[in-house]
Design a protein around this ligand. Sequence first.
Ligand code: ASP
Ligand code: MG
Length: 426
Amino acid sequence: MQESSQLKVYKFGGASVKDAAAIRNLGRIVQEYGAGAPLLIVVSAMGKTTNALEELFQLAYSGQDFTAPLARLREFHAGVAAELGVADEAAPADSAAPLLATLFEQLGDRMATLLPGDYDRQYDQIVSFGELLATCIVARALHAQWLDCRSLIRTDHTWREGRVDWPTTERHLLAALPDLLARGPVVTQGFVGGTSSGQTTTLGREGSDYTAAIFAYCLQAESVTIWKDVAGLLNADPKFFRDTVRYPEISYQETIEMAYYGASVIHPKTIKPLAVRRIPLLVKSFLDPSAEGTRIHDCRHGLLAPAFIRKDGQCLVSFESKDLTFISEENLEVIFGALAQVRLKIHLMQNSAISFSVCTDFSAYRLEKLLALLRDQFTIHYNTGLELYTIKNYDAASIQRLTEGRELLLEQRTRQTFQVVCRGQV
Ligand code: ASP
Ligand code: MG
């Protein structure tokens, strides 16, 4: 394998670029910790912009008026650029204004020309703008180069979850990036890619971490740092659990499993490319950048503190064979096939004699499609508004702590992992 390139990849998520003050803080971090080596900066959409774009898309797709929220989004970005002093139309070389104007023009055009059907493809063409807008401002604010990565990160046509064509992407990045990086820091978008036919894809919500890993893998980076609003990789989300602890270091494998169960700190696809090339992943706080954070790398450790992982917005769907036959491999094949077809991922499953249950993310649209496919063959019941909790490396005390006072609908445990689906708490 080639020598590492000394390249550092930094990833800044939505919270770290949520307003002008946050972007100034990002600038200080880059200056203080990112100087002296080639630096690639991957940036997400500002704050809750992706959610705002999803809502805009929904309005436009259903034929409703979207002009006011679109104007708000435009004013917001223009306001941040102005506050950072990068909105001067008279000095276009240092200004984000011309590119912002072009991007908003493209976005407006696309919103106005949505067609019925083809939902997921059109979603990608709209929702991808958040990262383009954010990077345009951040690049100017840092006096760094702006890179549109959609022609470099090649994916297939799986809309909203583009699957990366690694050989093509690697070829593209190796051809384009070394020269750019030699000139100075490069700012590019998380979350987006492009198909061979030049259409934009997205990599799945919260996919910017994955983008950082794609760049790091292809360019053999020395490390990836994800700058977050938490102190590192914690054993639970402090928004929902008290007394969290930070893991100072943790193996790739443990982290992959936590991300798989829904730990929101890192996108699940991020770890594998880094593990393959043994690139350490550092999770650090942009609020306290000198603090140690967490190092995810090839390491061995003893028993870890139990990790509590929460997924909300869950739905428990149960299938019963109509003729009271047992749930068989043939039945399961039909159920799995339909779930794959409507792209509902199973987070947990359990079967009994005549019924089979799965816990998935709730999506009214996908659930409706699933019912249409399976309703003739099965009696289907479902509950929504549920939460799925996983405790990795559980013990009796952690189960007690989690389940006390909750209404449990389904429970499962293996040697290391305890999972429970329960009603959401209000
Ligand atoms: N902006 C995208 C999202 O909010 C991607 C990301 O944040 O990583 O899902
Ligand atoms: Mg985000």
